[in-house]
Design a protein around this ligand. Structure first.
Ligand SMILES: Cc1ncc(COP(=O)(O)O)c(C=O)c1O
Length: 459
């Protein structure tokens, strides 16, 4: 790849970045002495930085986003065509790509019928929290307003999304939080909290215990990731979701599934919850919806919930009094429509299942070789390997060692991830979420790099 950047261009970019950009998620101090990395181009599974170094991207843009890979001209063209036709109008009106994408999306989500457009995962989750609160006021005098969330799950970066956040290192120092959010225990069997045979059932029963403690008449909704992402890549144990659904029905609690990571094929089906046969009332999605070609997030909602917001048309406060300015950008649904077409036409769901199996097989083989891998977990192309200092005690490795593995892979030209500022002492799970277009060679190249890095860091 020719980045066409001269040494002068590069140093100008680096200096501008160093002087003015505040990077997400990381400590900035090292950039006083080390050059920030500037990404300049992508094609398929690969990206190039400003120095021209090539990387195989095993994390779809760092945070599970670029599901169909980089450099898709057809998406860029669809966005361009739409922008010159009509770039924006507030969401109080409809748009051509907005109505077409909503129809397409709902085809994939039996049981749901309405799409609310917004522009980030955090914001989509906030919309649901507002709907749940409004329903509590409409139906239950405000009493059924509490929202349950799970330890290890993450639902976004705003203060209220953090209030529903089960990752203490993300939350610390940003309180006080929004009241009315209550935590339920995580369901990661590798870090079991109960010594029982049917772990899935037991972990779900723990949710019921919280409901009974708080009072079922105070709980409006339960918000869960289908497979916990940043909290350690946690696919639920068998039986978990079936029991969760039963509990929600029993206590008249709305089920909100956060598909911001799993949505749009990541686990080999359109939505993560569809692996488990559950029927949600709300589904939020963002990252993979348009693979990062445009900012778009959506809430998909049942007709039953939608109906509640038009019961009293004469009451000026009875409808959903909410707007997301950039939810009216047409680039989002235009990109999302083309993104779905690509997933369908290129058979990417099946490829995700096949390549996910290969990735899990490779990771299991690495586990045979490297005692430091305590557990491998995954669903589709959404995999994790938890690193432990001791397999018997499951003591996590020091997070600096886990980060050293990531850095060594980076030096080899492969970008992998690691859980980051999630649970104190447990930022020890390597994360793999390559694009759904991965080939067997890509998968093998990723796990070969991990093999070498583990040998180097742990001997
Ligand atoms: C499960 C989950 N929900 C919500 C969010 C927040 O999405 P956004 O960063 O688009 O606000 C994230 C972001 O990583 C996420 O992983």
């Amino acid at each position: 790849m020719d980045t066409t950047l001269s040494a002068n261009d590069i140093s100008g970019l680096v200096e501008a970045d160093r002087a003015h950009v505040w990077h997400h998620l990381i400590q900035q101090k090292p950039f006083e002495t080390v050059d920030p990395r500037i990404m300049v181009e992508g094609k398929g599974m690969r990206v190039w930085d400003a120095t021209g170094k090539e990387f195989l991207d095993a994390v779809s843009g760092g945070v599970w986003t670029v599901n169909v890979g980089y450099g898709r001209e057809s998406i860029a063209n669809a966005v361009r065509d739409q922008l010159v036709k009509l770039n924006y109008f507030a969401g109080s009106a409809g748009s051509i790509p907005g109505s077409q994408f909503a129809e397409k999306l709902i085809e994939k989500m039996p049981g749901l019928s309405r799409v609310y457009y917004t522009n980030s995962g955090s914001e989509a989750n906030e919309k649901v929290f507002k709907m749940v609160r409004q329903i509590a006021h409409k139906r239950y005098g405000g009493k059924k307003h509490k929202i349950l969330y799970r330890e290890r799950d993450y639902h976004g970066t705003t203060i209220t999304a953090l209030s529903a956040g089960g990752q203490p290192e993300r939350n610390a120092l940003y309180g006080p939080y929004t009241p009315g959010f209550v935590e339920v225990p995580h369901c990661l069997e590798y870090r079991a909290q109960w010594d029982v045979e049917n772990y899935g059932m037991r972990a779900a029963d723990a949710i019921e215990e919280v409901i009974l403690r708080e009072g079922p008449d105070t709980i409006g909704a339960l918000c869960l990731e289908p497979v916990t992402a940043g909290g350690g890549v946690v696919p639920p144990p068998d039986g978990y979701w079936e029991r969760v659904q039963e509990i929600c029905r029993k206590y008249d609690i709305l089920l909100h599934i956060d598909e911001v990571v799993c949505g749009m094929g990541r686990t080999g089906v359109w939505f993560g919850y569809q692996n488990y046969g559950v029927k949600p009332d709300f589904v939020t999605m963002a990252k993979g919806v348009a693979s990062g070609y445009a900012a778009i997030a959506c809430v998909a909602i049942t007709e039953e919930v939608f109906e509640m917001f038009k019961e009293n048309p004469d009451d000026p406060l009875d409808y959903f009094r909410d707007i997301s300015t950039f939810g009216g950008c047409t680039a989002g649904p235009a990109a999302a429509l083309e993104n779905v077409r690509i997933i369908e036409d290129e058979g990417l769901l099946q490829n995700t299942l096949n390549m996910g199996e290969r990735m899990m097989g490779n990771l299991r083989a690495l586990m045979e070789k490297h005692a430091v891998i305590g557990d491998v977990r995954g669903k589709g192309l959404f995999c994790g390997a938890e690193l432990v200092a001791d397999r018997a005690t499951k003591e996590p490795v020091d997070e600096k060692q886990a980060q050293a593995v990531v850095a060594d892979c980076m030096a080899q030209g492969v970008i992998i991830g690691v859980t980051n500022r999630s649970l104190p002492g447990f930022n020890n799970t390597l994360c793999f979420s390559p694009a759904l277009i991965s080939t067997p060679d890509d998968i093998d190249q990723i796990t070969d790099a991990v093999d070498k890095a583990l040998s180097k860091v742990f001997g």
